[in-house]
Design a protein around this ligand. Structure first.
Ligand code: HEC
Length: 125
């Protein structure tokens, strides 16, 4: 019993530490900064109900796994990320679908991808 209480307390402490960190660094966070954009503009086709292009945009893992063309993001390299390319050429959301992604949002997504740690397995270049 005592151990369980300690476990809960420890968990709470970790939560606080996490929140602290997020507030201090003004780096972009998937949950806070990126997901809301996808929620309003992408998830109705790339989320729980539908997976157009076999793509799920609800988690970073799912994006790294990718869709028909995998993966759709290249950590550390927005330039090479299919997701960015499609948004840049205004091809997603598909033509005539609204709302569109704004320049500011595209910029935010670029920054977020460029700031992602590059996995050791990723090829150079
Ligand atoms: C109205 C539905 C719809 C919306 C909204 C939409 N998409 Fe798509 N998306 C599709 C369809 C359909 C495909 C697959 C067909 C194709 O490749 O043209 C696709 C394919 C993709 C692909 C390529 C997947 C692959 O592996 O080839 C990416 C990346 C993508 N979408 C990103 C987005 C992003 C980011 C948004 C939001 C800004 C978005 N989409 C919004 C319908 C949608």
């Amino acid at each position: 019993m005592r151990l369980r209480i300690l476990g809960v307390l420890g968990g709470l402490l970790l939560c606080f530490a996490g929140a602290e960190e997020g507030a201090a660094a003004d780096k972009l966070e998937f949950q806070r900064d990126v997901l809301p954009i996808f929620e309003t503009k992408c998830l109705r086709c790339h989320g729980e109900k539908k997976r157009d292009g076999k793509l799920d945009l609800r988690t970073v893992d799912a994006m790294l796994k990718g869709g028909v063309t995998s993966p759709v993001i290249q950590p550390g390299n927005a330039q090479k990320s299919l997701l960015i390319e499609l948004l840049h050429y205004n091809e997603m959301p598909p033509k005539k679908e609204n709302p569109r992604v704004t320049k500011e949002e595209l910029e935010l997504l670029r920054k977020w991808i460029n700031a992602m740690p590059v996995p050791p397995t990723a090829s150079p270049k």
